[in-house]
Design a protein around this ligand. Structure first.
Ligand code: NAI
Length: 733
């Protein structure tokens, strides 16, 4: 690397070394950032360096690598993409980058990508344009085209090159899911040429350059330049080569997509369009369509919302959870946790904590509980190993970090105690009393209560500054959100420690103020309530649920009520009513269900059928029609889907504004992320606050006020929403 051509150039994001033995190293290293992304500077510098490479006869080949530790290129720079205002501008940008990558592919010099760490999106597209790709076998190494998750498509011919190297089906799979592909799998699919230990990466990549040069000399171009293409040729021609096979492949893909996206997400459909064009008309035609559609997607509303969510979660990763802690404040590390209650939640919490490398001691009531808790954690570990998400050795290590007792042993060493016993105020207060008597003074006490205000649990606390809520969602190992609840007395340091722990457990963490239902349960309650009102008015259960699924929720509100538990839901409803008055009145239907012994899925009796009787038809759970008689209605009321959607959806939205106005939320960002990640609010609508900013506060207020006129107290508009509507303002500044 001595005497590098561009070394020292301000803002240089890549360096070209002097060739040794005919091979020059092209090393990517953005000095402004911790990871490499594709920026304008990247494009300009790559273009200039390609000129240099082309004109330098002593360079026969180039090995492309990254100086960032275990990270290649994580994709196009998102701020840069998000800042684009016009479709044509994005189209041109994509076409320019694709053309640049095309120059690499067409070059007489041999380019080999040597990848250690993630090569995502544009980073993978860059590698795909090289003549060979060598991956390290590090657990961090992966390739992916995740653009679809941002409402985009890969705009630099990556899809087409995956189709060329592997086949169209692999390209569809990678493009539509955006999933990460690990080295071994990438090799099997024919996406990359070799997988080697990181220490040998450069050496193997250089050898690959020579091997390709050698083969070229012998005139055996095809074999070495396109090994994967050859491998894939046989199966490919069977399907893609004939128009009928093609039509079936693409129409199946479209059908499956429609079912999943309900037409709300244009990007996956455009990905199918591009690959279909490629398969029928070839690379150039596919590429032209790709650039055009990329341009359209970049300026689409859906992509804007998805990019905002990505940016919000990125910002949350850096957020300490409090604005009042001096930056750089050192926090005591959490190395030992005690979990009280090893049931469904406690077991899940123990598992994600052990995975974070922290020792966990579970305390249960009796031997049976102890055994059950350990079995459950064992199952969760086993599942990961089975799915190859962990090695057997790592699984053993995770398991070894979890122990269980029926006494208080281990508590004296705990840095944090998470309480997940039954939902009972007195029991939780008793737990806190015991913990304060035994645990060290610095230990945090976090309750996983789903509905009891933390202030009540901490009412008799000796160290209330150490008490807070850590509200996990079920199942803990799958749900991405953690809602941390602080009381008026919780210290900033305690909040920051809990947030740091949540992040280590892999959660997206929001911090909210204390109050009945905190944030997520609170906005869920009126949403579920309104669905029950619709049912009372004679709207069929599946009509209500279908309307909300069509609006973009993963499941409908009544099915969700069955999942949460009708008993749990109505208990929370009573507490909410006490706290918030008539806004939270539940319809009589709810208590009728409960009086009939219906608790939902857990006892096999709810609004839907379970067991044999509930066998799904066409993937849909069957409604228990006996509910209609029970609540005294005929399910014949005709209601437009949009009316159902507005009534349920705007209840959640209105309550979110109540919460923000009351200071429960630190900002609209946390409200949006909480609703999307905790409750499944449609991501393409951006969350309750972005949604209102999109339709306009005045419009949202007008509709809510309209419902208030019709239905009374439960539609009391949030004062903050009224203000925004009056002043023509948005919830985000
Ligand atoms: P669970 O009934 O599965 O687990 C509770 C466990 O606590 C049982 O294993 C029980 O043996 C144990 N336990 C009871 N008293 C104890 C004591 N004195 N010492 C030690 N262990 C004791 O209940 P689940 O679902 O895990 O809920 C626990 C807490 O988490 C509750 O406060 C609940 O409201 C909350 N929560 C539940 C969610 C869910 O979806 N299930 C979601 C979020 C919070």
């Amino acid at each position: 690397m001595s005497g590098a051509h561009d070394r020292g150039l301000a803002g240089a994001v890549m360096q070209l070394g002097e060739p040794e033995d005919g091979i020059a190293m092209l090393v990517l290293d953005d000095p402004e950032a911790s990871v490499n992304t594709l920026t304008q500077a990247f494009g300009e510098q790559l273009a200039a360096l390609l000129d240099t490479i082309e004109s330098n006869d002593s360079i026969l080949g180039v090995v492309v690598s990254s100086a960032k530790k275990q990270s290649f290129i994580v994709g196009a720079n998102i701020q840069m993409v998000a800042a684009i205002k016009f479709a044509q501008e994005a189209e041109r940008g994509a076409a320019d980058l694709a053309q640049l990558f095309g120059r690499i592919k067409a070059s007489k010099k041999i380019f080999v990508a040597a990848i250690d760490g993630p090569a995502l999106g544009g980073g993978f597209e860059f590698a795909l344009a090289c003549h060979a790709i060598i991956l390290s076998d590090s657990p961090k190494t992966m390739v992916a085209l995740p653009e679809v998750q941002l409402g985009l498509l890969p705009g630099a011919n990556g899809l087409l090159r995956v189709a060329e190297r592997a086949d169209v089906r692999v390209a569809l799979d990678l493009g539509l899911t955006g999933k990460n592909v690990r080295p071994k799998k990438a090799k099997t699919l024919g996406l990359v040429d070799d997988v080697v230990p990181a220490a040998h990466l450069t050496k193997v990549a250089k050898a690959k350059v020579h091997a390709i040069l050698e083969a070229k000399k012998k005139g055996n171009k095809k074999k070495h330049l396109d090994v994967q293409t050859l491998q894939a040729d046989v199966t490919r021609s069977a399907i893609e080569g004939n128009p009928l096979g093609r039509r079936v492949l693409f129409s199946k893909a479209r059908e499956a997509l429609r079912k999943k996206t309900r037409g709300h997400y244009p990007a996956p459909e455009r990905i199918v369009d591009v690959l279909e064009r490629y398969a029928s008309k070839g690379f150039a035609a596919g590429a032209a369509l790709e650039a055009k559609l990329f341009g359209e997607l970049v300026v689409s509303e859906v992509s804007a919302r998805l990019v905002e969510i990505f940016e919000a979660t990125t910002a949350l990763k850096k957020d300490t959870g409090t604005d009042r802690l001096a930056p750089g404040t050192e926090l005591p590390a959490t190395t030992r946790m005690t979990v009280l209650g090893g049931g469904l939640m406690g077991g899940g919490i123990a598992f994600v904590t052990a995975r974070a490398g922290i020792h966990v001691r579970i305390r249960e009531r009796d031997e049976a509980g102890r055994g059950r808790a350990l079995r459950y954690v064992g199952e969760l570990v086993g599942e990961r190993v089975k799915k190859k998400q962990s090695t057997a050795i790592d699984g053993q290590a995770d398991l070894a970090r979890v122990t269980a007792t029926t006494d208080w042993s281990g508590l004296k060493h705990a840095d944090i105690v998470v309480e997940a016993v039954f939902e009972d105020l007195e029991l939780k207060q008793e737990m806190l009393r015991q913990v304060e008597a035994i645990a060290p003074a610095h230990a945090l006490f976090a309750s996983n209560t789903s509905s009891i205000p933390i202030t009540q649990i901490a009412a008799n606390a000796q160290r209330p500054e150490n008490v807070l809520g850590m509200h996990y969602f079920s199942p803990v190992h799958k749900m991405p959100l953690l809602e941390i609840i602080r009381t008026a007395k919780t210290s900033d340091e305690s909040v920051a420690r809990a947030v740091a722990l949540g992040k280590k457990q892999g959660k997206t963490v929001i911090v909210v103020g204390d109050g009945v239902g905190f944030y997520t349960s609170r906005i869920l309650a009126p949403y579920l309530n309104e669905a029950a009102y619709l049912l009372s008015e004679g709207v069929a259960i599946d009509v209500i649920d279908d309307a909300m699924v069509a609006w973009g929720f993963p499941v409908g509100p009544l099915q969700l009520l069955d999942e949460v538990g009708i008993d749990v839901g109505s208990h929370v409803g009573v507490v909410m009513r006490q706290a918030f008055g008539d806004r939270m009145i539940a319809p009589a239907a709810t208590s009728k269900l409960l009086d009939d012994g219906r608790k939902g899925r857990k006892n096999g009796r709810g609004l839907y059928l379970y067991g044999d009787a509930g066998a799904k038809k066409k993937g849909k759970r069957q409604v228990d029609t006996s509910v209609y008689k029970l609540v005294g209605i005929e399910p014949t009321a005709q209601m437009a889907a949009e009316d159902i959607q507005m009534r349920c959806g705007l209840q959640m939205v209105n309550e979110a504004f109540h919460c923000f106005g009351e200071g429960i939320l630190r900002g609209p960002r946390d409200g949006d992320i909480g609703a999307i990640f905790g409750l499944g609010f449609p991501p393409f609508r951006g969350g309750p606050f972005r949604y209102v900013d999109t339709i306009g506060a005045a419009e949202a207020y007008r509709r809510i006020q309209g419902f208030h006129d019709r239905f009374g107290a439960r539609w009391e508009p949030a004062p903050l929403l009224r203000e925004l509507a009056r002043d023509g303002k948005r919830s985000y500044n």
